[in-house]
Design a protein around this ligand. Structure first.
Ligand code: G3P
Length: 217
């Protein structure tokens, strides 16, 4: 399973990239607004830092506008993935970019039928939003299972990018459900390594090692 980080904060991306765990980055207009920085500058900086796919979302909502903006974003770097909303115009723009060999990430997916349409127009990634479904008392993970089954039935190559991940358990469940990628907030990625028994076990090992008076070096 690939790990993308869902942020526009350069420091977090740099730190996570250094761990060797990071396969790519996703951003969205809300994360760009939170960063307080110029969108295209941020994308350029992220692309120079991370060799993997970097999703940059169009702001337009009409087909012509999405195509025009996507063309600009695609020129920023070769690893830019054009992120488009799951609307009919967004799907049409996805078809346009996939026909040109430009990678796409279709976002704001909340149903299996929407995911089916994204695969039919050749999306590189489909982003089902787990947390936002959970927020309205619908099990977001059921959607990942359904999309996995549909894509496998027809050998669709579109990759399932589990998004709106809010907890370490979401990561586990998305992996079990067969998501190809999880895009995860930095704080949740760090939590994945934590376990109280690891912490206490290591403290004991350090203490016992000191008591031997030995040195490996
Ligand atoms: O990038 C899209 C998605 O991950 C947003 O997550 O927590 O705002 O629902 P959230």
């Amino acid at each position: 399973m690939k790990f993308f980080v869902d942020t526009a904060e350069i420091k977090d991306i740099r730190d996570l990239h250094a761990t060797g765990l990071l396969d790519g980055v996703t951003t969205n207009p809300s994360l760009i607004a939170k960063s307080g920085r110029q969108f295209k500058d941020v994308i350029k900086e992220i692309c120079a830092l991370v060799p993997g796919p970097v999703s940059a979302e169009v702001a337009a909502t009409d087909y012509e506008g999405m195509v025009a903006e996507g063309e600009v974003l695609a020129k920023i770097a070769s690893n830019v993935v054009i992120k488009l909303p799951l609307t009919l115009d967004g799907l049409k723009a996805t078809k346009y970019f996939s026909g040109k060999g430009v990678k796409t990430n279709v976002t704001l997916c909340f149903s299996a039928n929407q995911a089916l349409l994204a695969a039919k127009v050749g999306a590189t990634y489909i982003s089902p939003f787990i947390g936002r479904l959970d927020d309205i008392n619908v099990d977001g993970m059921d959607l990942i299972h359904d999309i996995r089954a549909i894509y496998d039935n027809f050998d669709f190559e579109t990759q399932i990018l589990a998004a709106s991940i809010r907890s370490a358990n979401h990561v586990t469940q998305a992996a079990i459900a067969g998501a190809d990628v999880a895009t995860i907030p930095p704080a949740v990625i760090y939590k994945l390594a934590d376990h109280p028994l690891t912490k206490s076990g290591l403290e004991q090992f350090v203490k016992d090692w000191k008591s031997t008076g030995q040195s490996i070096l």
